[in-house]
Design a protein around this ligand. Structure first.
Ligand code: KIV
Length: 273
């Protein structure tokens, strides 16, 4: 398996992401929620680490991202930032902490930035959250947008199916992407939309467009860590490439440990004081 060594070991900034898009260098982004994983991800040379509200699913076992709180996101954000030297760290603002109330949005974003020391925040939605985005940006906080399948709106969508297949929704997505760029967002995530639509958005925007289930003609890719290393067993959407089967590896380790304990084999004489 080939390994990757970043040429530039300096801390990644929003400006450098823009330069990467300019020279056609793809941006690699992955989620992390805790210190140990974030240290591994950063040392591998990841450009962006997203402290995603997918922590609600993969860390807390909820069926949606809706229950996770701002304080829980801050806990995860703090743990990740402590581990990271190079990657740009983005923290998701959770459901209910920014929609429909620009002052609440500003308070939430400031709290995240002050306590976690992250580099940026991410919010889901387009024109519906324009005032919140403007207010957060007015405080000098970098904002990453997120369009297409926006899991915080799952109760409106009713399913996790591909979004924006129909012309009307696709046109709105393109308008929202331009709006987020005009407002001053430094990048946008496009989740689970047709590849041709994502390609169009990436071509039309000057800011980086990072895809998940949005094809290869965008400026970068993001995946959920637990999905791509096989820890979220059974979750196999078409867009996911499985880079390891850690679930299987870990279960084998656990069962071997149980056997060793039961067989009076662990600890042996060399493993005690
Ligand atoms: O919360 C998350 O992990 C995300 C990614 C899927 C983009 O928003």
């Amino acid at each position: 398996m080939s390994t990757y060594q970043p040429e530039d070991s300096r801390k990644v900034t929003t400006h450098r992401l823009l330069e990467m898009k300019g020279r056609g260098e793809k941006i690699a982004m992955l989620t992390a929620y805790d210190y140990t994983m974030a240290k591994l991800v950063d040392s591998a040379g990841m450009d962006v680490i997203l402290v995603g509200d997918s922590a609600s699913n993969v860390m807390a076992g909820n069926t949606t991202t809706l229950p996770i709180t701002l304080d829980q996101m801050i806990y995860h954000g703090k743990s990740v930032v402590k581990a990271v030297q190079r990657a740009l760290v983005v923290v998701d603002l959770p459901f209910g902490s920014y929609q429909g109330n620009p002052m609440l949005a500003l308070d939430s974003a400031i709290k995240v930035m002050k306590i976690t020391h992250a580099d940026a925040i991410k919010v889901e939605g387009g024109c519906e959250i324009q005032e919140s985005v403007e207010r957060i940006l007015s405080a000098g906080i970098p904002v990453m947008g997120h369009l297409g399948l926006t899991p915080q709106s799952i109760n409106k969508f009713g399913s996790y199916n591909v979004r924006a297949r129909e012309e009307e929704e696709a046109n709105k997505l393109v308008r929202d992407a331009h709006l987020l760029e005009e407002l001053g967002c430094f990048a946008i995530v496009l989740e689970k939309i047709p590849a041709t639509l994502a390609e169009r958005v990436a071509k039309e925007l000057t800011i980086p467009v990072i895809g998940i289930g949005a094809g290869g003609a965008v400026d970068g890719q993001v995946l959920v860590l637990h999905d791509m290393v096989g820890l979220n067993e059974g979750f196999r959407p078409r867009f996911l490439r499985l880079y390891a089967e850690l679930g299987e590896v870990m279960r084998r380790a656990f069962t071997q440990y149980i056997s060793d304990v039961k067989a009076h084999d662990f600890p042996n004489l060399d493993e005690q004081y």
